[in-house]
Design a protein around this ligand. Structure first.
Ligand code: DGJ
Length: 520
């Protein structure tokens, strides 16, 4: 878990629009909005071009300003290192890198061509740095190390910066690998024996298609001999993971702070339709093998099957951190669910500056949102989002104490079949379709404090209680209070032992303290 002052800290965060952290002026409204949304932290880019405008000459003015203003606003930070890669491009590399193509070579989808044309994306053109640029990797790692060293100097006591993401949605669009001379030469070479052995050793958990490629090929030999049809993608992902790991290693040598890699998800279409090389689901094992300095592989989730992606990124027992997700009307219930169900480290809608507006617009398309997602037209209620953040923050030590145990559970209306919380003898049924509930973004987080005492963060559902114990078949409410926490102390705002307890149906967010009892 992330730590602040030696205590576990959940990032109830938002990620800023890319350009807003480029100046302190642009950040002014952003701090305010983050606080209005009850956030305790934000994620924001620090770009290579701004901190090293001339090779070897560093300017950390913007970093100092962001850390200072975060402190003044009572917010923690996650920094996003926009170095070699930003969404598979190199827009944030310094001018001295961009203009020296000899020293810092570009990726070539066609031999000899430094501009990539992507047929699968209607022939759009872009350019990006080559993963085989040894000088590029060294220069990026040097800059990143200086950044980490500087953060350590000014922040190791206060710990305003909680973690750093290394690069952003790295990889190669348009193909399964580069086709320059050096890329071809490497691809024709031998697969490193230790890597081939590690892949085989981890094949049991791999997605079916990759497992087959890993198990069916030769034990040693060229990439094509060892990995068959998936050779190009495995080869390229190996190089991207190793590259980013060496950047992370240089940073960690200066400052031991959690580091993450985010990912543009595989939404079908094969390598190149997503940037080849990132930690997509089928490459998670590979990334864990090749990037030991990376602590977290974090999915950017804009797709409709949000929960399925969360399952994928926890399937190896890793903690879940969501650095980017849509700001639409399910942002609030998903925030509560990932804390209650996945025991996530954090949740961070992207472009939170616009949370509350309809998420699909011209901008929505740019954000990679799926136009057919029916949720996009439902804006998130800002007041409720703030309430969720503030409520979760007020419960943080209790929640984190229960992480990794069955005392903290949640159900969500997006998974209507999973509608029961089981706490020992008590079974809490959660009805998302009750006729007494007027909305469908239902959520119920249950936290067991003693055998009979619970807190529920609840919205858009109705509760009923039952027994799991045949010898004590009847269960009922002893008492129910709606309230909030003040400095860790429960404050009752209403006692609900009348009509409300009869229905236990909620169409607005509520925090309940419930005591149950059983009898026979
Ligand atoms: C994913 C990227 O990681 C973000 O920086 C941002 O560009 C969003 N997409 C939305 O465009």
């Amino acid at each position: 878990m992330f730590q602040v002052n030696g205590k576990p800290f959940l990032m109830l965060a938002g990620e800023v629009h890319n350009s807003n952290s480029s100046t302190l002026t642009a950040m002014q409204p952003v701090w305010r909005i983050a606080k209005e949304l009850g956030m305790n932290s934000i994620l924001l880019p620090v770009s290579w071009e701004l901190i090293e405008p001339e090779e070897g000459k560093f300017d950390f003015g913007i970093v100092d300003g962001l850390i200072r203003e975060a402190r003044e606003n009572g917010l923690r930070l996650g920094f996003l290192w926009f170095g070699t890669w930003k969404n598979a491009g190199c827009g944030y590399a310094p001018a001295w890198v961009k203009t020296d193509l000899k020293r810092f070579p570009r990726a070539q989808l066609v031999k000899g061509k430094n501009k990539c044309r992507i047929e699968m994306f209607y022939g759009i053109e872009y350019t990006t740095l080559s993963v085989f640029g040894e000088e590029t990797c060294k220069a990026d790692a040097r800059a990143f190390a200086q950044l980490c060293k500087h953060i350590k100097t000014i922040d190791k006591q206060e710990h305003t910066v909680i973690y750093i993401q290394v690069e952003n949605e790295a990889g190669l669009l348009g193909a399964a690998r580069e086709y320059s001379d050096i890329a071809d030469e490497r691809f024709a070479g031998e697969v490193p024996a230790d890597f081939a052995a590690a892949m085989r050793a981890h094949s049991a958990t791999m997605r079916e298609d990759i497992r087959k490629s890993v198990k069916n090929g030769k034990e040693n030999g060229s990439w094509a001999e060892v990995y068959g049809d998936d050779a190009e993608e495995i080869f390229y992902t190996y190089h991207v993971a190793k590259y980013i790991d060496s950047v992370a290693a240089a940073g960690k040598a200066e400052y031991e702070i959690p580091m993450a890699v985010n990912v543009w998800l595989d939404q079908g279409g094969g390598p190149g339709a997503y940037p080849t090389g990132g930690p997509i689901n089928k490459m998670l094992e590979l990334w864990k093998i090749c990037a030991p300095h990376i602590d977290l592989l974090t999915p950017d989730i804009y797709v409709q099957n949000f929960l399925e992606v969360c399952d994928q990124y926890t399937r190896l027992g890793d903690p879940l951190m969501i650095p980017e997700t849509a700001t639409h009307g399910y942002a609030g219930s998903r925030l509560v669910y990932v804390i209650g169900h996945y025991h996530a480290l954090g949740f961070s809608p992207f472009g939170f500056e616009e949370l509350g507006e309809v998420a699909f617009s011209a901008g929505g398309a740019l954000l990679g949102m799926d136009e057919t997602d029916p949720l996009l037209s439902i804006p998130q209620n800002v007041e409720e989002y703030r309430w969720y953040n503030e409520t979760l923050a007020s419960m943080m030590p209790m929640l984190t104490d229960a992480y990794g145990t069955g005392k903290l559970q949640a159900v969500i209306s997006e998974r209507p079949d999973e509608n029961t919380l089981n706490f020992g003898v008590y079974r809490i049924g959660v009805n998302f379709e009750s006729r007494f509930v007027s909305r469908r973004d239902g959520i119920c987080l249950g936290l067991q404090i003693t055998q009979d005492t619970f807190y529920f963060v609840i919205n858009a559902c109705a509760l009923n209680v039952a027994s799991n114990d045949e010898t004590w078949p009847h269960v009922d409410y002893l008492d129910v209070e709606e309230g909030h926490f003040e400095e860790g102390k429960w404050v009752c705002d209403r006692r609900l032992n009348g009509d409300e307890t009869g229905l236990m149906a909620f169409s607005k967010p509520a925090l309940l303290r419930v005591r149950l009892y059983s009898y026979r």
